[in-house]
Design a protein around this ligand. Structure first.
Ligand SMILES: [Zn+2]
Length: 194
């Protein structure tokens, strides 16, 4: 997937000593790739939205109807907050290695500070933060490049249209809400005081 400079420059850190604010790194073979400061910014934005979706008021979550980009009678519904929470959690779990996932759970979900994490995982301070940066880079890239629905940019995830493969002109397939399905919230293992 191509990262354009107009995307990376808006996310880059002006104090980054690698890209000097351009957001692009030039590799040895001449190709360019997003700088790690950009990947960290993507991760931080997605993580902030994840926390926002979890801690907002319970009754705010609601189902929304969406037209698909194919138009016609194709309409689908979804609960975007819950979908985002599930995507963030499951994509992270699938993308991280064993140690990275443990650090992610302790530090980002359960809210333990670096001292508690390092003691629990048997890591020194330098190794702990090395793992933290590595998982941020990995997840930042995955969240942006995920197909078909990337988690970043966040506004496109929430405002974009869902692909519905129902045939044009065919009968509308109605999928009823299951009893109680709209009042249940996804339970994600996270500590509020993180
Ligand atoms: Zn940079």
């Amino acid at each position: 997937m191509e990262w354009t400079q107009s995307e990376t420059i808006a996310l880059a850190s002006l104090t980054c000593t690698t890209c000097h604010g351009s957001g692009q790194r030039v590799m040895r073979d001449g190709s360019s790739c997003p700088c790690n400061c950009v990947l960290r910014a993507v991760f931080r934005a997605c993580y902030a939205r994840f926390r926002y979706c979890i801690f907002r008021e319970r009754n705010v979550s609601r189902a929304t109807l969406e037209q698909t980009h194919m138009g016609g009678r194709r309409i689908t519904w979804g609960r975007k907050d819950e979908e985002y929470l599930a995507d963030f959690y499951l994509v992270s779990r699938r993308s991280l290695g064993h140690m990275e996932w443990r650090v992610f759970c302790y530090h980002y979900l359960l809210g333990a500070d670096w001292k508690l994490c390092a003691k629990r995982l048997g890591l020194d301070r330098g190794t702990f933060f090395h793992v933290v940066y590595r998982l941020q880079h990995r997840l930042g890239r995955v969240f942006k490049e995920l197909q078909p629905y990337a988690l970043f940019p966040i506004d496109e995830y929430f405002q974009g249209r869902t692909h519905n493969t129902a045939e044009e002109g065919g009968p509308i397939k109605v999928v009823p809400f299951r009893k109680g399905s709209l009042s249940r919230r996804l339970q994600v293992p996270i500590r509020k005081a993180a």
